[in-house]
Write a protein that binds this ligand. Structure first.
Ligand code: RIB
Ligand code: CA
Length: 307
């Protein structure tokens, strides 16, 4: 069994990533910590609790930070729906998270499994940065941190230069990127290149025919509309799930080691992941960056997780 802990801002693609991890037989998800991002914190908590229940799992869900470290919260409810899960009328209320703050739980789970814990981050890095600020040595105890965030190469999705998770809390991202953790960044470029689903491809997943197969597709209703009208994609894309797939089986992707820095300015200078591909900055690489992925292997993993 491999130990995972997942930090998420639980919207429609996060939920699919949670299903993939929770349904992976050789992974023990020790905890799910929730951070404000796609949706306000309370909504993210309810979405995570609903998804855990749908998977028949008993993984504890913990509340974390309700806003970025220094900035006001900017949500993405126009992208994933007001409830984050496509506004399709799911019963997403009345479930209670476990007691304890996400930053404390991240610390406690990492310390209890030092050297044998994979951290997967699917949202803004506020909770993780807070845990690291309070106990910097945690960075050496995480086996590997898989980050859905930033851009390995190409354009952004919230500004032309920035990806949402990093842009929401760039100060937190800077702290994490400079923490010394063993890290892999799966940028939004990997999602739109290898994890986009048009109507036919979505129907292929839904056609697996289980309640989970219907769930992982139907909750993408708002994301589909947004992706096609705003991102010129042929349908919804799944950044968090392809990141989770790589964390589960790194052989599905290819990587390069680069120095990657995060800008904390305003406007177009906010939340850029500056990937020094030529080593011009003369600083040692500290980030493994995904440069490609095998779509067929990803789709097979996704189908297996909902079968
Ligand atoms: O930019 C894509 C990322 O932002 C994904 O994690 C999505 O869920 C949102 O959090
Ligand atoms: Ca997310």
């Amino acid at each position: 069994m491999r130990n995972f802990i997942i930090d998420t801002d639980t919207a429609s693609d996060d939920a699919v990533a949670l299903v993939m991890a929770l349904r992976q037989p050789d992974i023990d998800v020790k905890a799910i910590t929730v951070v404000a991002g796609n949706v306000p914190l309370e909504m993210g908590i309810q979405n995570a609790l609903y998804t855990v229940e749908l998977c028949g799992a008993d993984t504890p869900v913990y509340a974390g930070c309700a806003k970025p470290l220094l900035r006001e919260l900017e949500t993405a409810q126009d992208v994933h729906g007001r409830d984050g899960l496509g506004d399709i009328g799911l019963p997403l209320q009345g479930r209670a998270p476990a007691r304890g703050h996400a930053a404390d739980v991240l610390r406690d789970v990492i310390n209890a499994n030092a050297g044998d814990i994979t951290l997967v981050t699917l949202g803004p890095l506020t909770n993780v940065a807070l845990a690291l600020l309070r106990e910097p040595e945690l960075a050496q105890r995480v086996s590997h941190c898989w980050i859905m965030g930033g851009i390995g190469a190409g354009h952004g999705n919230v500004t032309p230069t920035a990806e949402f998770n990093i842009w929401v809390d760039p100060e937190a991202a800077k702290i994490v990127y400079e923490s010394g953790m063993k890290m892999t960044m799966v940028g939004w470029d990997i999602s739109w290149k290898y994890a986009t689903f048009d109507a036919e491809q979505a129907a292929e997943i839904r056609g697996v025919g289980t309640r989970l197969a219907e769930f992982v597709v139907d909750i993408q209703a708002t994301l589909t509309e947004f992706s096609m009208t705003e991102n010129a994609l042929p349908g919804f894309d799944l950044p968090d799930p392809i990141t989770m797939a790589a964390a589960i089986d790194p052989s599905i992707a290819e990587f390069e080691n680069y120095r990657v820095d995060v800008t904390t300015g305003e406007g177009l200078a906010r939340g850029i992941t500056v990937v020094d591909v030529r080593g011009v900055g003369k600083r040692a690489p500290q980030m493994r960056v995904a440069t490609s992925a095998a779509r067929s292997a990803f789709v097979d993993m996704l189908k297996r997780s909902v079968s």
